[in-house]
Design a protein around this ligand. Sequence first.
Ligand SMILES: [Zn+2]
Length: 112
Amino acid sequence: MRKECDWFAVHTKSFLSDSLSNEELERFLKHASDCEDCKKELSIALMIGPGMEKLEKGEVFHLKNELAAVQEEAGLRLKKRKKLFQTATWMQILSILAIAGAVVCVLIAWRT
Ligand SMILES: [Zn+2]
């Protein structure tokens, strides 16, 4: 688990700036829900990053709510991205099929 914790620590900043790939984001969220130590580390990073910004602006910052919200939002983002990727893959498959169909039609027309 220690190796995963190191990976998590290295990628926390990228998580907060939303610059992880889908695979990385999935791995990050999974570890955040599995490992209490890293969850704590993440909440500290949240507090000194976005938390301080909010407090400086005079906004309310509830660490527990904020952590849950950040994890939930990231989970939704991941779901959306995966769906988009799936749609793009299907579009590619459909266009390949359409091209193949057109080629078959041309070949049939050529023979007759
Ligand atoms: Zn950990």
